[in-house]
Design a protein around this ligand. Structure first.
Ligand SMILES: [Zn+2]
Length: 112
């Protein structure tokens, strides 16, 4: 089981309370979100476009993205990618982000 890192998630009611969540990869493509207390979250409930916001240390760099719709994958002038290149964000965390993003995206495409 690999600890991917702490993320936090707005609750479904859209309130501004965030829950700190630790994300684990149990095996390939199987993720466990460990939340303090009562709430269990299915990773596939997370819209792929919101994923970057769950990586806490990405947030301050997301505002540097040139495009509001930036997915932080291969866009030009992406604040997140720049931060990875400047070692402000760990490359491994970023790779986890890309991997999970692709999983979520796949899931969404099968759903719709
Ligand atoms: Zn970006």
């Amino acid at each position: 089981m690999t600890k991917i890192g702490d993320i936090s998630k707005k609750n479904k009611m859209g309130k501004n309370t965030t829950t700190d969540v630790t994300l684990y990869e149990i095996e390939n493509n199987t993720y466990l979100l460990d939340t303090p207390g009562f709430q269990s979250i299915d990773i596939y409930e997370i819209p792929s476009k919101d994923l970057a916001n769950l990586f806490l240390e990405f947030r301050e760099h997301i505002k540097n993205c040139e495009f509001v719709s930036c997915l932080h994958l291969q866009e030009k002038n992406c604040g997140v990618i720049n931060a990875v290149n400047q070692n402000k964000i760990s490359k491994q965390r970023y790779e986890n982000f890309v991997k999970i993003y692709n999983d979520l995206k796949n899931e969404e495409e099968h759903k719709w």
